[in-house]
Write a protein that binds this ligand. Sequence first.
Ligand code: CS2
Length: 493
Amino acid sequence: MDRLSEATLDRLPASVERFGYDREDVATGIVHLGVGAFHRGHQAVYTDALLADDPRWGILGVSLRTGETRDALSPQDALYTVSAVDGDGARRRVVGSLTGLMIAPEDPTGLHVRLADPEVKIVSTTVTEKGYSHDPATGALKEDDPDIVHDLRHLDHARSTIGTLVAGLRHRHAAGIAPFTVLACDNLPANGHTLRGLVVRFAELLDRDFGRWVADEVRFPSTMVDRIVPATTDADRASVAAALGLEDAWPIVTEPFTQWVVEDDFGLGRPAWEKVGVEFVSDVAPYELMKLRMLNGSHSTLSYLGWLMGHETVAAAMGESALARLVSDLMEKESAPTLPALSVDLAAYRADLLARFRNPALKHRTWQIAMDGSQKLPQRLLGTIRDRLAAGAPIDRLALGVAAWMRWVTGIDEKGGAIDVRDPLAARLRAIADAAGPEAARLAPALAAVGEVFGADLPADPRFLGAVTHALDRLLRFGARATVEAVVKETAT
Ligand code: CS2
C-alpha cells in the first residue's frame, strides 16, 4: 500500500477531509516542543483550520528525546490523519500544519537557530507533567535534577524543556531579537505561570541580568487544554489505512470533543485561533481548575480503580455501575463544590464528561492514564482535598482515589501479579511499599511522606491520613470492586 504524502493526497477518498491551503506558502511561526499524540490531535488541528486564512503560523514539531515521530512522519511529508470517533463512526481529516520535524539531541544548534528566528513568535509545549523538571507539590525548579544540572553547564546541548526554552531565549537576547511567547499546553495548575517560574529561575541561575530580561519581557499565557487522545494502536493504523487507501504510519485517533481556553497575552501576536473555536480569556485559572479537578481527577480515580478491577479501557471501567457512580459523585459532591464561580453549567459539564468517558470507540487504556501518578495527583486530587479540608468537608471519594494510587504503586495487583508501574518515582515508591508491607496503617503514612507529591501539610493532617488509610485498608483487604461498592452505598444520600 502506498504511503500518505503530498504526492498521494489527491487519491484520498472524498470521505476524508483535507486542509485547504498550499503548504508551500506556510511559514513557521510556531515551534512546538513535544510533538506527541496530544499536540497532533489538539493545537495542530486548530492551527490547521486557520492556515488557509493566515499562513504565518505553521508549526515546527520538535521531539526532545526520541526520533519515533520524525521517523514515522517525515516519509509522509509530516502529513497525518486525525480521526474523531464515537459510537456513530469516524470523521477523518488529513492535517498539514506541521512544516517540519526535528529531534533536539540530533541537532541542538540547528534547533537553537530556529528558536532564534524572528519569524518564530510562539514556542509551545506538551511534554507531559514530568517534562518540566519541577517539584509537583510546590512548582519549584528541581535544581539538582541531572538534566537541569547538565543544561546549566552545557546550554548549547540542552536536554530539558526548560533548558531548551532558555537556550532559545538566550540566543534571541544576544541577537537583540524580541522574545517568543511561551505557550504551556500541559495539564499543570496555572501552567503558564508555573512554567514562567521555572524558566525565570533557570535563567537567573545562568546570569542575573539575563534572568531579569526573561522575567520582564517574556510572556507565558496559561491555557486549559482538553481533548482525550489515547496512544495510537496498530488496530488504529489498520482502520485508518482501510479508510484512506493509503498507509499512515502514525495517525491520531481521538474524540469529537475539543476545547482550548487561552489567556490572551502574547508578545508578538498570535494566530486568530478564536475563529476556529479557541476561547480567549483574561484569566484561565477557573477553567483550568474545573478541568483538572473534574475531568482529570475522576479520570485518574477511574483508571486506578478500573485497572485494579481488571478493566483495560476507560469505557470498560465505566461499565462497572458502582465505579461510574463513584466518579460521578466525586465530581458532583466533592470536586465541583471547590470550584470558583464560572459561567459554566457544572451539572452539564459533568454529564458530558461521563458520556466522553463512555465513548465506546475510544480504546483509552486505564494503564496509560495511571502512568506518572506522582506528577498528576497534586493537581488532580490533592488540591481539591486541601480545599475540602479547609472547608471542613468530607473527602471519602477523593481519599479513595489517592488510596487506589497507593495500591497501584505497590507494584502488585490483586491476584499477586506484577503491575508495570511507570512513574519517575516508581523505584522509590516501590521501595517504600516493600519496606512498609501490605498493612495500610504503615503503608499509607509511608507513601504520604513523599514530600514532592503530598507536601508537608497533608501527611500531618489526621483527617487526610485517616481517610486515606481507611480506604487503602479496604482496598488491600477486600479489593477494588467490593470497596467501591461499599463506598458508593455508604455515601449515598
Ligand atoms: C489523562 C489525560 O492520561 C491522562 O492522564 O487524564 O491525558 C486526559 O485524557 C486529557 O487531559 C483530556 O484532555
